[in-house]
Ligand binder design. Structure first.
Ligand SMILES: Cc1ncc(COP(=O)(O)O)c(C=O)c1O
Length: 411
């Protein structure tokens, strides 16, 4: 292996692409053509019913409702949980923007809580401090598929009588204390957008064990209609957020394949943790004891102080030149331009100075330490994974040996 970094003209470690994603299988093609030729494409399709049944079973839930996106699914859950204008909803400041925008779209107030830097998941202590009389829901996010501390959140839920809506957009098959995520709280959502471990290009789902909650979700996702009601009778301000049966057809075979992939993802995650975690300056993420992650993303922490204070961003540049795309991921949500609120557009958020927030866990993870690697790497062969580790080692050694050289890299 050449020790000259590719960014300075050496040979890159990796010239081939990593396994492609999404992956197209014969089963997916058969399922799609069957629905295309033999079924309704939308309302009334047996494919949708089958998907709802099978995905509910996969996630240990009584009910599942397929939705056109994960973002809409969060909005629907909030409405079905009874969120009204001006209510407060607590969520992590380290998550995808949709977790927060769904709250604003429900005319409610996002209240950001900090994360635990060791897990990158919502910190229950931070949540409890933010509870007020107006708090009407809490949204733990299973970041990168690693389950949030659901036991702690269920205790908080009971103590204050506040429902938990799980953002399991990345948590297909994730599990904690022998229960799949999603329906551990009142209800939860999943995403099937292209990058996810189960993909139909776009798509989402809600799971729950609560019949009246799922019935309310049904109404919000179906123009305010009620189950078995009249087509032109509308009880709630809902919308058309139904999933196409063609998307459900693409997803159905993945209910099996995602489970088969799990073993490989887990094996590869453990290999990366042991190899990358063996390099001084990298710390693998902690998992809550008793949990299993879907390993949606591979995440590891970069400790700048062990790398002569060379920033993570320079590390990324050098890694990208080696043919291994590592990147930063999310920013603290309270810093997003969206949250410089225009009180005319969002009067119920007036006086919320999101820009003044500073969460130490979120800041250190988002702005300094998080290194993300997309999930398709975790479906690679041992040779693929060795290239990932070799690139981490090569770049780390170069930074430690000659940090001055990195001044030449332009960001
Ligand atoms: C944590 C999280 N929440 C919500 C979403 C929104 O899902 P979708 O893209 O399907 O709307 C995503 C997906 O990107 C996500 O990663």
């Amino acid at each position: 292996m050449s020790t000259d970094l590719a960014i300075f003209g050496g040979e890159p470690i990796r010239k081939e692409p990593f396994p492609a994603w999404p992956r197209i299988t014969e089963e997916m093609k058969r399922s799609l053509i069957h629905t295309f030729e033999e079924e309704e494409w939308g309302v009334g399709s047996k494919t949708i019913t089958l998907f709802n049944e099978q995905f509910a079973t996969m996630q240990d839930a009584k009910y599942c409702l397929s939705i056109h996106s994960g973002t809409s699914a969060i909005w629907i859950c909030l409405k079905a949980a009874g969120i009204e204008a001006g209510d407060e909803v607590i969520l992590p400041s380290y998550t995808f923007i949709a977790t927060a925008t769904a709250v604003v779209l429900a005319n409610a107030v996002p209240v950001f809580a900090d994360i635990d830097k060791k897990t990158a998941n919502l910190d229950p202590t931070s949540v409890e401090k933010l509870i007020t009389k107006k708090t009407k829901a809490i949204i733990p996010v299973h970041t990168a598929g690693a389950p949030a501390d659901m036991k702690a959140f269920l205790d908080i839920s009971k103590k204050y009588n506040i429902p938990i809506i799980e953002d399991a957009a990345q948590g297909h098959g994730s599990m904690i204390d022998n229960k799949k995520v999603g329906a551990i709280g009142l209800g939860g959502i999943f995403s099937f957008q292209t990058s996810k471990n189960m993909s139909s290009g776009e798509g989402g789902a809600i799971v729950s064990n609560d019949e009246s909650f799922i019935d309310a979700c049904f109404s919000y996702h179906n123009c305010g209609r009620v189950r078995n009601g009249k087509w032109y009778e509308h009880f709630r301000l809902g919308s058309n957020m139904r999933m196409s049966a063609l998307n459900a057809a693409v997803l159905l075979p993945q209910i099996k394949s995602v489970e088969n992939d799990f073993i490989l993802r887990e094996q590869n995650r453990q290999y990366l943790d042991s190899q990358i975690g063996g390099i001084d300056g990298f710390v693998p993420m902690d998992l809550i004891p008793g949990s299993r992650s879907s390993n949606h993303l591979y995440m590891v922490r970069y400790l700048k102080e062990e790398f002569n204070n060379i920033s993570r961003e320079l590390f990324f540049k050098a890694m990208q030149a080696e043919g291994v795309f590592t990147y930063k991921g999310w920013s603290p949500l309270y810093k997003e331009p969206l949250f410089s609120i225009n009180p005319k557009e969002y009067p119920w958020l007036e006086g919320r100075n999101y820009g003044d927030l500073f969460h130490s866990g979120t800041e250190i993870i988002a702005e300094e330490q998080a290194v993300w690697l997309r999930q398709n790497h975790l479906l690679g062969s041992s040779d693929d994974l060795k290239d990932v580790v070799d690139a981490f080692e090569k770049v780390s050694n170069a930074i430690k040996k000659n940090p001055k050289k990195f001044d030449e890299i332009k960001l």
